[in-house]
Write a protein that binds this ligand. Structure first.
Ligand code: NAD
Length: 377
């Protein structure tokens, strides 16, 4: 890496001041050939070693091209040894929530990936940015719009990149839907219906059912997928939303929303309906357009997804969505490729979520939204 450290190199890249001489020192051909040198593979530290980190992100990081699992941050002592042994993580790259900030001194870690309960996203994303690390923050980005603003500002101030864990933007079925809309393959979208739901019957004390930790129920957890679907199936942000909440198991869903439906109006004239629930299974996207239709079913699980359109089946080879997502973000940092899920996208979705909760709490009235092109990628 010559006479500058990897950390200086990555920071300069993120600030866009690396210069052509430095860019040419990145052996891209080597990456293309599937081999990695330390300079072209960013070190990721996962914060929170729960189900998503354990079963999706860490395995995916074994196959990524432009990043690798370099460190962990956990509040559970027993996990330190298990993860160290499984993934060969050196003791110096293992942190807990208290000493996390000293990650600033660790050149092996370029990116911190926050995979904690929703109410902890803001604190750890901000601490990661202040430590000079690029940040991936899981969805939903935070539990309020104000927290989203604070994360964006901390990353801006530190000169680090920020991505949201919206894996679908890196997978080919979703990208195909976005292409249909961009190229008007089926004309203009007139109506879109999106569903994202699963039936929860597990431990009633889990954090997802505890508003202080989750910020909300089905809408926060699954609703973001259906909101996102309506946006990429129209290519626009909604200008108005009306919403309803349904509760059939109040003994189980004591603290958080069970089922939410919402209706959107889009500036180009399309209407959209959204269903999200922790009490039923649903996973689809359907769009009716002026010259045909397209649909994905399933539309938002880990894949393989499946799709159809008025032109016939939509088919792509399945790859780990998490692998694609993390490589996209690393490539954004290293090579300046597009950030497929920037912080503004997470903030926009939180504005919509807050508007939906407002509509519900104010007697299902229609709530106007002034989003412009915020978060449209
Ligand atoms: P999980 O419950 O399996 O793991 C949560 C982790 O946080 C655990 O390691 C737990 O020990 C730790 N933790 C720290 N403080 C905690 C506290 N006060 N209460 C509870 N846990 C605490 O959850 P998960 O499924 O891994 O979800 C983590 C985050 O990832 C959430 O924000 C979730 O929305 C997101 N997620 C995203 C996707 C996706 O497809 N993008 C999928 C699953 C989860």
């Amino acid at each position: 890496m010559g006479n500058i450290s990897r950390r200086q190199f990555n920071r300069r890249l993120s600030q866009g001041i690396a210069g052509s001489a430095l860019f040419s020192s990145v052996p891209l051909a080597c990456a293309m050939a599937g081999t990695k040198s330390r300079e072209e593979s960013l070190g990721i530290a996962l914060v929170g070693l729960g189900s998503y980190s354990t079963y999706q992100l860490a395995p995916a990081l074994q196959d990524t091209k432009f990043c690798h699992l370099a460190g962990i941050v956990t509040g559970t002592k027993a996990k330190e040894r298990i993860w160290a042994e499984r993934y060969g993580i050196p003791a110096g790259n293992i942190y807990n929530y208290q000493n996390f900030d000293t990650i600033a001194d660790n050149d092996d870690i370029d990116v911190v990936y926050v995979v904690l309960p929703n109410s902890m996203h803001a604190e750890f994303s901000i601490r990661a940015a202040q430590a000079g690390k690029h940040v991936i923050c899981e969805k939903p980005m935070a539990v309020t719009v104000a927290e989203c603003d604070a994360i964006i500002e901390a990353c801006r101030k530190a000169g680090v990149k920020l991505g949201i864990g919206y894996r679908l933007h890196s997978e080919p079925y979703t990208q195909e839907v976005k292409r249909f809309v961009r190229e008007k393959t089926f004309g203009k979208t007139a109506y879109v219906n999106a569903e994202a739901a699963y039936r929860s019957a597990g431990n009633p004390d889990q954090w997802r059912l505890n508003k202080a930790l989750s910020g909300g129920g089905a809408l926060m957890n699954m609703g973001v997928y259906s909101i996102q679907s309506t946006i990429y199936a129209t290519g626009e942000n909604p200008v108005k939303v009306t919403a309803q909440e349904f509760s059939t198991r109040p003994d189980y869903f004591k603290d958080t929303d069970e089922t939410v439906t919402a209706q959107f109006q889009f500036p180009g004239g399309a209407t959209g309906t959204v269903f999200t629930s922790h009490n039923a299974n649903a996973n689809s996207l359907y769009a009716s357009c002026t010259g045909g239709w397209f649909s994905l079913k399933p539309a938002n699980n880990y894949g393989p997804l499946a799709g159809e359109s008025s032109n016939g089946p939509i088919q792509f080879k399945h790859e780990s969505q998490q692998k694609l997502q993390m490589d996209d973000f690393a490539s954004h940092i290293l090579y300046g490729s597009v950030n497929r899920a920037p912080g503004e996208m997470g903030k926009r979705d939180m504005i919509i979520i807050e508007a939906i909760y407002r509509s519900i709490s104010e007697g299902n009235r229609s709530v106007p939204l002034e989003l412009g092109n915020m978060g449209l990628v």
